[in-house]
Design a protein around this ligand. Structure first.
Ligand SMILES: [Zn+2]
Length: 245
């Protein structure tokens, strides 16, 4: 169930059946010469939409911007400061909690967001803990590739050339979601350099000249994307059921 396609009376009725809501979080950032800018939004969004067809959890529109300062030397990247992302998450949580949601699950598509989302969660809880009050909701942050079994699946599907950024797993998912996300160019070198600190935007571009880190994007296919989406969606449903209980 998509919040953006519901009316407020429908949301009110949903709240009588469930207090759980999924908030996809992404980033608008370069993904190498063949990966589209919305990769980190598309991945959690398509997996969440597939999961809600299995079990009708409520999903919000995705947060499209994240902590991506290290990608800013590539055209099109839009970065939020960590403090901006933390404030955004706090306001989203306050709004959803105001309506009575008690299980708020942030489903993340960008590794650079993880620490900031965890800090945002601590800010939300801390506002209650420091006053000696019980927090009326529970939060969870989950990266899609860290759902149970999915990282192992990625390693099995891409034993060489998975890498850390512009990876064939995430590109496969975008190919499955959108035909127009597919590119057939073959970047050189086939497997990008890997292992340097990401650092700031200048040092990232120096270490990773075409934007990829350790990845061979030519391994990405629509069929592998379908497999990744469906297995991730099943894992997400199981995790949401446990989180809601
Ligand atoms: Zn990504």
């Amino acid at each position: 169930m998509r919040l953006d396609l519901m009316t407020w009376p429908e949301v009110e009725a949903y709240l009588k059946t469930s207090k759980t809501v999924v908030v996809p979080v992404g980033s608008t950032e370069q993904h190498g010469p063949t990966g589209v800018m919305g990769t980190d939004i598309i991945c959690p969004e398509i997996i969440a939409k597939t999961a809600t067809e299995i079990d009708p959890f409520l999903i919000t529109p995705p947060l499209p911007f994240g902590q991506a300062q290290h990608h800013l030397d590539f055209a099109g990247t839009i970065a939020l400061r960590p403090s901006t992302l933390i404030a955004t998450v706090q306001d989203v949580v306050a709004s959803l909690s105001h309506h009575g949601f008690q299980r708020i699950y942030f489903f993340n598509g960008h590794g650079g967001n993880t620490a900031t989302l965890e800090a945002a969660m601590a800010e939300c809880y801390g506002a209650f803990s420091l006053r000696g009050e019980a927090c009326p909701y529970r939060l969870k942050v989950r990266n899609w590739w860290e759902l149970p079994g999915i990282f192992e699946l990625c390693k099995r599907l891409f034993p060489r050339g998975h890498g850390g950024h512009g990876a064939p797993s995430e590109l496969s998912v975008t190919h499955y979601a959108y035909d127009e996300a597919m590119r057939r160019d073959k970047p050189e070198p086939k497997i990008a350099p890997f292992g340097h600190d990401y650092g700031d935007a200048c040092s990232f571009r120096a270490a990773y000249p075409d934007g990829r880190a350790g990845a061979d994007p030519t391994l990405a296919t629509k069929a592998l994307g379908e497999q990744l989406v469906h297995q991730s969606a099943q894992a997400l449903v199981r995790e949401l059921q446990a989180f809601s209980a």
